[in-house]
Design a protein around this ligand. Structure first.
Ligand SMILES: *Cc1c(COP(=O)(O)O)cnc(C)c1O
Length: 351
């Protein structure tokens, strides 16, 4: 704390990202990174871009990338907004579309960046409890609000909503923007992008960090009605006209073009998730049904904290949240077959 800090900064409660330990040889299952590398075509595209042209500013509109995303999802380029990771896109969404003097609704157990953005932009957040099965109840989102945001699948539970349930929430809130954060959608949920032409209040955000294995590149995007996209453009161009550098634009464009690599690695994560889930169930863990690249799990006779510590002592890092309702759970990212085996082989000795 310093007397030079603004009143806003004094009161901020920033997001705490999962640890990026510097130790080698760790089995790192704590930040939902993809265990398979990005497409070789992505690396090639970035290499090709890494030349003398870097003295020039990048395309401020990221047109090639936006067109690649538009082609992939069969929408127009004007319906696509891109940013420096979906975290940045979400920040612009809070400022541009969710600040209306009424509380923004989001699940009580969800991505913990949402309350952080509320603090940054002076928006009141209203947590809506998940039901007893840790699922979002669409009927709970029928109440006055200045906006709605939830991930689908939700994090850190991994539970997905059907497209019908998402549509129910969108239809119940014609006067607010409903944001569906689809960071994990490719691992087992249906995208709401196919509804954006029907609902001018629906905005879908996605990222290349998870299913396209490019967390290090920092590219996220949103798809919705052109009026929503224009609001985001206005905020972006009042903040940083060049949020995506040339390497990021080239790499992310190639990622959308290499559908085959995407499909193969995505299926690899999904089948490992099913195998890891079965292994955990065999060890008496309860595992919430996951449509993501992680599982949320608890053991009836061992605390989440003790399990996380014991795994850590064996070089395996998982995520534990010391928060109400979920402090007994571990969030375990799906790793490679070898990493998942390391976890499953370590657990009997701990239990
Ligand atoms: C990982 C994640 C993000 C952020 O993704 P980036 O594009 O890497 O910033 C957004 N929302 C949820 C729910 C996530 O888990």
């Amino acid at each position: 704390m310093s007397r030079f800090w603004s009143p806003l900064v004094k009161d901020l409660a920033p997001y705490v990202p999962g640890e990026q330990p510097k130790m080698a040889n760790l089995v790192k299952l704590n930040t939902n990174e993809n265990p398979y590398g990005p497409s070789p075509k992505v690396i090639e595209a970035i290499r090709a871009e890494a030349g003398d042209n870097l003295r020039l500013y990048p395309d401020p509109e990221s047109e090639r990338l936006r067109q690649a995303i538009a082609d992939y999802y069969n929408v127009t380029q004007a319906q696509v907004f891109v940013g420096n990771g979906s975290d940045e896109v979400l920040a612009h969404i809070f400022q541009a579309l969710l600040s209306h003097g009424e509380p923004v609704l989001f699940p009580d157990i969800t991505y913990s960046f949402y309350p952080v953005y509320c603090g940054l932009y002076g928006v009141e957040g209203k947590p809506v409890p998940l039901n007893g099965r840790f699922e979002i109840e669409p009927s709970d989102y029928r109440q006055p609000n200045g906006g709605v945001i939830f991930p689908n699948p939700n994090a850190p539970t991994g539970c997905a909503l059907s497209l019908e349930s998402v549509e129910t929430i969108v239809r119940a809130n014609p006067d607010s923007v409903v944001v569906v954060d689809e960071a994990y959608v490719d691992f087992g949920a249906d995208t709401a992008i196919r509804l954006v032409d029907q609902y001018p209040n629906l905005l879908v955000s996605q990222t290349v960090s998870k299913a396209r294995s490019l967390a290090g590149l920092r590219v996220g995007f949103a798809v919705g009605h052109v009026d929503l996209i224009e609001a985001l453009e206005r905020v972006k161009n009042s903040f940083n006209s060049y949020p995506l550098d040339k390497l990021a634009q080239a790499g992310a464009t190639a990622a959308f073009e290499d559908v085959e690599w995407f499909e193969r690695t995505r299926q690899g994560v999904i089948s490992e998730r099913e195998r890891l889930t079965k292994g955990l169930l065999d060890l008496q863990f309860e595992v919430l049904p996951s449509a993501a690249n992680f599982v949320f799990t608890r053991h009836p006779s061992h605390s989440g904290e003790a399990l996380a510590q014991a795994l850590r002592a064996r070089g395996i890092i998982v995520r534990h949240f010391n928060k109400p309702r979920i402090s007994e759970f571990l969030r375990i990212t799906i790793g490679t077959r070898e990493q998942n085996d390391a976890l499953l082989n370590a657990l009997p000795g701990i239990l």
